[in-house]
Unconditional design. Structure first.
Length: 163
């Protein structure tokens, strides 16, 4: 049975597609590609159908990540098929938990940086959209740091299902 993870930010053109690409690479490196499905969405639909921000694409490519992306808006009905919904900041976390049809679905929503022990109490991945490429590089560093802990958690879940 496939374990499904969806990363969510505001417009699905910066942070969440970056997290999707990085985490998909970690899943593949761990040999879990057939067991874990990774995608992303936005809390809003302003950019639906658009590709990732060019700065996201360039920062990912420079770091060796691949990814073909088309933005889309997260839908409440998706909770039924998802195992984990990863919010990129506290605003997304609140919006997603409000959107969740059941308390069990709301429990599926977690902050990405909560998987990074070095993150401390600041668990938001700042929105780089209105800044320079430096913000996108900082975003990538945060995503990569949290992806290791997230992978360990997902791997434990996947192995628990197989047992």
């Amino acid at each position: 049975m496939t374990y499904r993870v969806c990363f969510v930010c505001t417009g699905n053109i910066c942070r969440s597609p970056m997290a999707e690409s990085v985490f998909r690479a970690r899943v593949e490196e761990a040999g879990l590609a057939g067991l874990v499905e990774v995608d992303s969405a936005g809390t809003g639909g302003w950019h639906e159908g658009d590709g990732a921000d060019p700065r996201t694409v360039s920062v990912l490519a420079a770091a060796g990540y691949e990814g073909d992306h088309a933005a889309r808006q997260f839908r409440a009905a998706w909770f039924a098929r998802l195992d984990l919904v990863i919010a990129l900041d506290a605003g997304h976390l609140k919006a997603l938990r409000r959107l969740a049809p059941t308390p069990e679905d709301a429990e599926k929503v977690r902050l990405l940086r909560s998987y990074d022990p070095a993150a401390g109490t600041d668990l938001d991945v700042p929105d780089p959209y209105y800044g320079s490429v430096d913000g996108f590089e900082e975003c990538l560093e945060m995503v990569e740091a949290a992806s290791e802990g997230l992978l360990a958690a997902v791997q434990a879940e996947v192995e628990g299902r197989a047992a």
